[in-house]
Design a protein. Structure first.
Length: 461
């Protein structure tokens, strides 16, 4: 690890120690109360200097290039995209782990966590900045939630969306990154692609961030204030959650918030249409864990016996896969448990873990499971009246482009075309060391850059 990154890691470890000391080891088990600004807890700050941050990233990229990797061109492209954002960096930032109350998938009050990254001036004056709600991508491993970036021993390179969000915050945005239920401090089952639950939890973290910036949170002095602009952005599942949260804000929180612009990136918006055939296809798939992840989530939310492991999955998977969704396993761990191999590479057909009865249910458009998928299509039952720009790589191999096309067509037909745009993308940057690279993962960096640039140049900060 180069000295710049090592310095950042050392600072982050110190911040985590302070956070643990300030919060107390037993606070997570306390019974939370309904949302008020007084029930929000911001951990101690850690300050990052923008010049040191870009220098550390530069050094890390140079270290990788010195090894003459096969993907050296991708590393160069990564740094070009990153440098374009950092060329507009005008602020240092401070990072805080935040805890806030929200509503769980079962309707109970839960305590959740997230990461907040706030611009700060060297002269200690308070800049007035927008809030950017950033929703992270698909991740079954709780330790890799955004707030995990502040954990002892965490490698910053394991949190690329946090690194991007730090860069974005340095250009003048107060960035809030929800962990989601089932991640961070919360140990419930993660409500993967359950639109309503995740949207409500995003809005509650927005409330916590707003209250912090107006000085309403106990024992917290904000380094900046909110100027009233509100943006949302997220990739993959985060793109799905971003569109769902935009809908939630328009339909149920319009008295509190006005969305300035929203950028859902490569999300599975059409679960019942585009994604369902993907689950049932007879060909191999590079991320088969998506399927049991969805089943684990929906069984936890709906408690329908027709979603239970014994009904949906054949032995031994009905007993071996469910325990892997306890927040301790990565997607790769779950893929391997499903029969996929990385060395040598050997892919599987996801539906081979399913029972014939559940496959029939999935094929039946009058079944309960089809209804659950439709219920979570993020383009249904609303007509956007705020600026939304859907980005999606046309060659996406995990979350097909058709997800965003279907959403855009539905919005356009409903009269929202003046508000909603669709941006087909083609560029990829593969800096992963996975032996199973995907277009979906490689398209993230270009889309994150392009959506930031759209917001920055169109709406400012």
């Amino acid at each position: 690890m180069n000295p710049g990154i090592r310095k950042i890691v050392t600072l982050l470890m110190l911040a985590f120690i302070l956070l643990a000391a300030g919060c107390g080891g037993g606070s997570d088990s306390q019974q939370p109360i309904l949302y008020t600004s007084q029930s929000v807890l911001f951990g101690p700050r850690i300050v990052l200097n923008n010049e040191e941050f870009i220098a550390s990233i530069n050094a890390q990229v140079n270290d990788r290039l010195a090894q003459n990797p096969e993907n050296s061109d991708d590393w160069i492209k990564f740094f070009e995209y990153f440098s374009d954002i950092m060329a507009h960096a005008a602020y240092d930032v401070e990072l805080h782990k935040v805890r806030y109350p929200s509503t769980g998938a079962d309707g109970s009050t839960v305590m959740l966590s997230g990461l907040v990254i706030l611009p700060r001036q060297v002269n200690s004056s308070q800049p007035s900045v927008p809030i950017m709600m950033y929703q992270h991508g698909t991740e079954p491993c709780s330790a890799l939630a955004p707030s995990g970036f502040l954990s002892v021993g965490a490698d910053p390179l394991d949190y690329p969306e946090v690194l991007f969000s730090i860069a974005m915050a340095m250009t003048g945005y107060g960035v809030a990154m929800p962990d989601y239920e089932g991640m961070g401090i919360n140990t419930n089952t993660q409500p993967f692609v359950h639109a309503k639950t995740l949207a409500v939890q995003v809005v509650d973290m927005l409330r916590a961030t707003r209250d912090a910036l107006d000085g309403s949170v106990n024992l917290f002095t904000p380094p900046c204030t909110w100027n009233g602009k509100l943006f949302l952005m997220g990739y993959s599942e985060g793109g799905f959650v971003t569109l769902a949260a935009t809908r939630e804000l328009q339909q149920h929180a319009a008295a509190e918030f006005t969305v300035t612009a929203s950028a859902p990136l490569s999300g599975p918006h059409d679960l019942s249409g585009t994604m369902r055939p993907l689950i049932l296809q007879d060909t191999t798939f590079k991320a088969p864990y998506f399927l049991p992840f969805l089943l684990s989530s929906y069984y936890s939310v709906y408690r329908d016996p027709l979603l239970s492991p014994d009904y949906t999955m054949v032995p031994p998977y009905n007993s071996t896969l469910p325990p892997l969704f306890d927040g301790k396993s990565t997607g790769e761990d779950i893929n391997i448990a499903m029969g996929m191999s990385y060395d040598p590479v050997s892919l599987i057909v996801p539906k081979t873990v399913l029972t014939s009865q559940f496959i029939s249910d999935m094929q039946n458009t009058t079944s309960a499971v089809y209804g659950y998928l439709m219920e979570n299509d993020t383009y249904r039952n609303w007509v956007p009246d705020v600026p939304i720009r859907l980005y999606h790589n046309v060659n996406d191999d995990l979350v097909p482009f058709a997800n965003s096309q279907v959403a855009f067509d539905a919005f356009s037909s409903a009269g929202a075309k003046p508000w909603v745009g669709l941006v087909p993308t083609t560029d990829t940057v593969n800096i992963s060391n996975s032996p199973v690279p995907t277009v979906h993962v490689s398209a993230a960096i270009p889309e994150l850059h392009d959506s930031w640039k759209w917001i920055y140049t169109t709406y400012g900060n």
